[in-house]
Write a protein that binds this ligand. Structure first.
Ligand SMILES: O=P(O)(O)OC[C@H]1O[C@H](OP(=O)(O)O)[C@H](O)[C@@H]1O
Ligand SMILES: Nc1ccnc(=O)[nH]1
Length: 503
């Protein structure tokens, strides 16, 4: 069928093509069918939506499509039913627990990027990876396919350093400090982050409170060649574009299958041209990796994958048994990160982790002698040089470099939970903290989240505040309170844990 393009002021988060009811009947098209739109220059795929908001002979394209492919109003296109893509068979093969071939993985990734696989199929693929996993060959093929279906950055500075956390631990604003410390030492670090996957705030969500994070590759090249660093959102770029589409399914399910996580992280590092990569593996109860053995095995996989891609990878297994610092949620975390970098002082967990990771990078990049990296990182943080570099990053990315922690708006609907008994904090439940912060509206509501008044090991008296929930709306606050009452986010125990007798 030939049709005239009508540009719609509608955003759906998916590629959708609106067809008039009469046309749909004639062409035997049904809601959610996959259709192909062809012009002389391009072919794109989208899901059918049937509506009389377009006239017979017209198709409506949404803003989501327009952002990726520009059409002009009135342009004539061919509309053809697309049928089921071949790669669905390969998704099913993985569901059955079979190893995929290189070409099959390439077909799946290409179809994800071309939007031939819809959210339903992508989420089936993600679920099949969660259940059946990938071996190292499959992971390497997936990584390359994800990188090669997008653009590559070529920065005119060497060496290129990079850092990436596998995430999972609440409050992980660490890399907002690590990147400026490393760049202040003269190294180049073009950092891309994803938004939250399983947590209440990804690094991209946190940085966005301070400055825009959405840039083109050319803009990133300009920023990094000028100041040696950036803190941007990877999903905005055509950099490993399948990543953001699979992350969408992961976020909805709050899962991050191991093989896909390796490919997600390393495809972006590869496309950014990173040569020396440090991977942070937070380990502890209630995060992605719960035991040191699992962390070591994952570390080995990252290093092996790096070798196959020609990158030098080191890993740091870090303490993830409770949140990092005292804040969880984009604005609260941005505030804490800014306070810490401005004064050189902050929560022990945040300062220790940031300077520990930055120190490893300073040694990997050859600017600190072996064993001296952490000391140098601490000096850079305490001297204010890291803060100066963060200000440069904020300014180059279009934010206000003079932003102060107190300027950052935090959700003003609050509720504080207090200790019901005196004792010691013996556990902060990572999963519960994330669930409550998300219920409060994080990461979409930037001001939503949790402020922790205590950390593990601290002594509390009955009635002392334990944590405050911040939300931007009363409804969200109530939902978060309900979640918090259902769970035990902070456990308080006396020194005598149990009395057992007469057995
Ligand atoms: O904790 P969750 O949401 O699962 O993981 C996602 C977070 O982990 C990584 O952190 P970084 O950018 O290396 O600091 C990602 O980029 C993202 O910010
Ligand atoms: N799966 C992922 C985990 C952490 N960061 C990413 O970019 N991707």
């Amino acid at each position: 069928m030939r049709a005239k393009v009508k540009i719609l002021d509608v955003e759906t988060g998916r590629f959708m093509v609106v067809i008039n009811e009469e046309d749909a009947k004639k062409a035997k098209l049904h809601p959610e069918d996959l259709i192909k739109i062809e012009t002389a220059k391009r072919t794109i795929y989208g899901d059918v939506v049937i509506s009389n908001m377009v006239q017979p002979g017209e198709i409506g394209v949404t803003k989501d499509i327009m952002r990726a492919y520009s059409f002009s109003e009135g342009e004539m296109v061919n509309v053809v039913p697309a049928g089921t893509p071949e790669s669905v068979r390969y998704v099913k093969k993985k569901m059955n627990g079979q190893k995929l071939k290189k070409v099959e993985i390439e077909a799946i990734v290409k179809d994800i990027v071309d939007r031939k696989l819809r959210d339903i199929e992508i989420s089936s693929f993600v679920t099949s990876l969660e259940i059946n996993g990938l071996d190292m060959d499959e992971i390497a093929w997936l990584t390359m396919a994800m990188a090669e279906t997008g653009d590559m950055l070529d920065i005119d500075r060497k060496p290129i350093m990079d850092v990436h956390s596998i995430g999972g631990v609440p409050g992980n604003k660490t890399n907002v400090l690590v990147v400026p410390i490393v760049a202040a030492a003269g190294l180049t670090i073009p950092k891309t982050s994803s938004r939250a996957i399983t947590s209440a705030a990804g690094t991209a969500d946190v940085v966005e409170v301070l400055a825009p994070v959405t840039f083109s590759l050319d803009e990133i090249k300009r920023i990094v060649e000028k100041i040696g660093a950036c803190l941007v959102w990877g999903g905005a770029l055509n950099l490993a574009p399948a990543d953001d589409l699979t992350i969408k399914a992961e976020r909805a399910l709050s899962i991050d299958p191991r093989g896909l996580m390796l490919a997600s992280i390393m495809s972006k590092k590869y496309a950014m041209g990173s040569q020396y990569v440090l991977i942070d593996i937070p380990t502890g109860e209630g995060v992605k990796v719960e035991t040191i053995e699992e962390a070591r095995s994952l570390a080995k996989d990252f290093i092996e994958l790096g070798k196959r891609l020609g990158q030098y990878v080191e890993t740091a297994i870090t303490y993830g048994g409770q949140p990092i610092g005292h804040t969880v949620g984009p604005a609260l975390e941005a505030k804490e990160a800014l306070e810490t970098i401005m004064t050189g002082k902050g929560p022990g967990s945040l300062v220790e982790k940031a300077t520990g990771l930055a120190g490893i990078l300073l040694e990997m990049g050859g600017v600190a002698p072996a064993g001296m990296g952490k000391k140098m990182a601490k000096e850079i943080l305490e001297s204010g040089k890291a803060y100066e570099k963060l200000k440069e990053i904020i300014a180059e990315q279009g934010g206000d470099p003079n932003i102060k922690p107190e300027d950052i708006p935090i959700g003003d609907k609050t509720y504080t939970f207090v200790a019901q008994t005196s004792g010691y904090v013996t556990k902060i439940d990572n999963k519960a903290i994330t669930t409550i912060a998300r219920a409060a509206g994080a990461p979409e509501d930037k001001g939503a989240g949790i402020l922790l008044h205590v950390k593990v090991g601290e002594k509390v008296r009955e009635g002392d505040p334990l944590f405050t929930i911040h939300a931007e709306s009363e409804v969200r606050l109530d939902q978060a309170i309900i979640q918090a009452r259902r769970m035990e986010p902070i456990r308080i125990e006396g020194m005598v844990l149990q009395r057992i007798g007469n057995i």
